[in-house]
Design a protein around this ligand. Sequence first.
Ligand SMILES: NC(=O)c1ccc[n+]([C@@H]2O[C@H](COP(=O)([O-])OP(=O)(O)OC[C@H]3O[C@@H](n4cnc5c(N)ncnc54)[C@H](OP(=O)(O)O)[C@@H]3O)[C@@H](O)[C@H]2O)c1
Length: 251
Amino acid sequence: MAAETARTVIISGGGTGIGRATAAAFAREGARVVILGRREEPLRAAAHELGPNVDYVRADVSRREQVAAAVGAVVERHGSVAVLVNAAGFVEGVATNSPPDEAERLWDAVLDTNLKGSFLLALAVAPHLPRPGGRIINVSSIAAFTGGSRPGALAYAAAKAGLHGLTYGLARELSPQGITVNAVAPGFIADTGFTGAWSGERIRGIVEQTPAGRAGRADDIAAAIRYLASPAAAFVTGEILNVNGGWLFGR
Ligand SMILES: NC(=O)c1ccc[n+]([C@@H]2O[C@H](COP(=O)([O-])OP(=O)(O)OC[C@H]3O[C@@H](n4cnc5c(N)ncnc54)[C@H](OP(=O)(O)O)[C@@H]3O)[C@@H](O)[C@H]2O)c1
């Protein structure tokens, strides 16, 4: 793609894991990519390793003023934004037997990043998206359907299910303007900050339940996100695309 026609793509959580793999995929196609997160070090390292098409901006997606400043900086730097990928997220265990004050604190933190953060970024980016052609892609989770693969996912599953509602609502509002809004719901993705500490036993159990017979890779999710961002997906909006090796099929 010629530099003057390259799209600008903002990827929250782009310094690591799924977001980083997605940044690499967009950079390979010639897009200008801005990765966004809280920690400078992984962002700087990823931008350096992914090459001149990738730069970064620091922001906590749960803080409206930081999100506004980050999007303003991207627009000033690159003139426009064509694609937003909301991949920032994390899980903290919240279960029915958690101490109530701890449960409430973690609930707020998990919803603030996984759900409110995607909402704040979508609102900040929407005015800048091309009409037609703009794209918003949210990274959800299989946990939105299952409640999590083990107890303790109350806040996370609720946040990701809420992200589906946000996806539908944004699609309802923005699709008439030529902007598509979709979500990708990964199953188990190995080698991410998210799942890196999971035990071998837990991973083997998940792979045994996965018809495709392997763990997911960050590249599997990046490919789905790129499809939804492509012209080929112009008529796909308000959709949740499961990418989980069949873990959920026939549910
Ligand atoms: N890995 C899986 O199996 C799996 C399965 C289903 C869904 N997912 C979803 O996939 C997405 C990416 O996760 P991952 O697996 O790639 O894990 P990861 O490597 O831990 O990536 C999460 C990224 O989000 C960023 N982040 C977290 N909180 C943030 C905040 N408040 N503001 C800005 N950035 C924030 C982190 O950077 P900083 O800490 O520097 O901010 C980090 O780069 C998440 O939404 C996760 O829920 C993952």
